[in-house]
Design a protein around this ligand. Sequence first.
Ligand SMILES: C[S@@+](CC[C@H](N)C(=O)[O-])C[C@H]1O[C@@H](n2cnc3c(N)ncnc32)[C@H](O)[C@@H]1O
Length: 302
Amino acid sequence: MQQLAPNNLDLDSSSWSISEESFLALVAVIQAKLGIPQTLIEFGSGNSSIRLALEFPQTQIRSIESDPVSLESTALLAQSLLPGQNLSLQHRPLRFQAYGPTEILSYAQDRSWESLQIDCVIIDGPPFYTLRGREACLYQLYNQLVVGGIVILDDYQRRDEQNMVRRWQAVYPDSFELEVIAKGHRLAVLRKVKAVSPHWQAQVLQEAIQTTQHRYQRLQFILQNYQPEKVLKPLLALEKLGISLASISRVLPTMRQTYTEANAAQSSSSLPRAARPLGLWGQGQAWWELLVLLFVKGILGF
Ligand SMILES: C[S@@+](CC[C@H](N)C(=O)[O-])C[C@H]1O[C@@H](n2cnc3c(N)ncnc32)[C@H](O)[C@@H]1O
């Protein structure tokens, strides 16, 4: 994983960052809706964590990160650049865990949060390949989010993010007012207007559960079976056609490690863990399915 350059807090230098435009919009919306928040949780740390701590020096900020290398880089930056102690960085590995009727790969849950009163949540992680990992972040702390508090979801230009907001609205009917900010990667801002009980039977959720289980299976199959040397040739051919998948191919080892660790950590699960050929895709075609996946993800801008 890329190390963050010390003393560079630019949010446009990496495609993984929230972007300067989104960050400025995010700060403006927090100030407009909350003034100075007391407790802010950020899922997915990086330069944004330091910038938030500088922007809101009176706010207690907890930033959650699954990748130890990323976390260490951010911690070093925090040490050298932050005058105060208002940022706490917390490592939480990615694990399959129960949310309502299903399991989702997301940050391991922290029961010590049960007593928190949270007024602002920023969701910019975990990465896309967890599929519904960002959605689970709200399920983790919905009860701790105060009425009047806000959730800000980055990357709302992506279809996956738009669908997860639909599911939040279905699971927590009439609980949120939604505002979309068309800056940077687009932000969805949800203000909690009342507390409700989760409606885990919502139709849109049932559909997502089925699709996601299937996608998890396919991903695990691909990640366990793909052979980099077979993938390389078609990747280079596509690059000659002007379709660059370099950024996706760089993330594949991290994806594979994440799924391997999450599976190893799981003692019992309803998830199908064994890699097996699915549908028309036999083991010999794994590299081709991988290309399709990369292609689709590449188009979506990951
Ligand atoms: C969108 S990034 C979070 C960025 C952060 N909020 C910011 O704006 O500085 C979400 C997660 O992706 C992971 N990540 C960051 N850079 C990565 C890279 N180059 N390759 C793979 N994963 C990366 C990290 O675990 C990070 O928490």
